[in-house]
Design a protein around this ligand. Structure first.
Ligand code: HEM
Length: 156
């Protein structure tokens, strides 16, 4: 029973993280693209970005804890030494890259900082928000790749 519950929580964290990234990339960002000079639109992006950052980090911590629990459950099993175990390592490797990019996006680029605080020391010709958006796109692609690998794992 506990195992089902942990997998359920793991999946909820996946849904929240990937769902939020998809909403940001396919709904929010395109919706305000033509309102770059509108301070209200920019404030909505900033506040919703700050809010999603908190939710995304809660999801990441949940994923790590529930993933580690499932990993411990597998530690004695025979399949960990098969191709399944190698594919699991690939999943964790992709996660580490995604995690690093999220750290860079949220704490180094910091695109949701108040306008008065310069968010990144980049040339004026490359808007920080557009670079941060590219990084967020990459994070989305990586998390979708992790999902693909995870669906292979669950069927093997
Ligand atoms: C974006 C990040 C992640 C995504 C999208 C993801 C997705 C999934 C999905 C869809 C499952 C399948 C559940 C099932 O059908 O049994 C799963 C299971 C699992 N996940 Fe994750 N996960 C992520 C992060 C992690 C992390 C960080 C860890 C380890 C610390 C982890 C370890 C595991 C393990 C061990 C299983 C059980 C595999 C199995 O028995 O089939 N996951 N994950």
């Amino acid at each position: 029973m506990l195992n089902y519950l942990i997998t359920w929580i793991h999946l909820i964290a996946v849904v929240i993280l990937i769902g939020g990234l998809i909403f940001s990339q396919l709904v929010l960002t395109p919706a305000v693209r033509n309102a770059a000079s509108d301070p209200t639109a920019q404030e909505v992006i900033r506040l919703s970005g700050q809010r999603f950052r908190t939710i995304a980090w809660a999801s990441l911590i949940t994923l790590i804890l529930t993933g580690a629990y499932q990993l411990l459950n597998e530690s004695g099993s025979a399949r960990i030494e098969t191709v399944w175990g190698v594919v699991l390592m690939l999943k964790l490797f992709l996660f580490v890259i995604a995690f690093g990019l999220i750290l860079i996006h949220d704490f180094i680029m910091d695109p949701y900082a108040p306008a008065s605080k310069p968010s990144l020391n980049v040339p004026a010709s490359v808007p920080a928000s557009s670079r941060a958006n590219t990084v967020q796109k990459t994070i989305l692609v990586l998390t979708l790749a992790i999902l693909l690998v995870a669906s292979y794992l669950s069927k093997t």
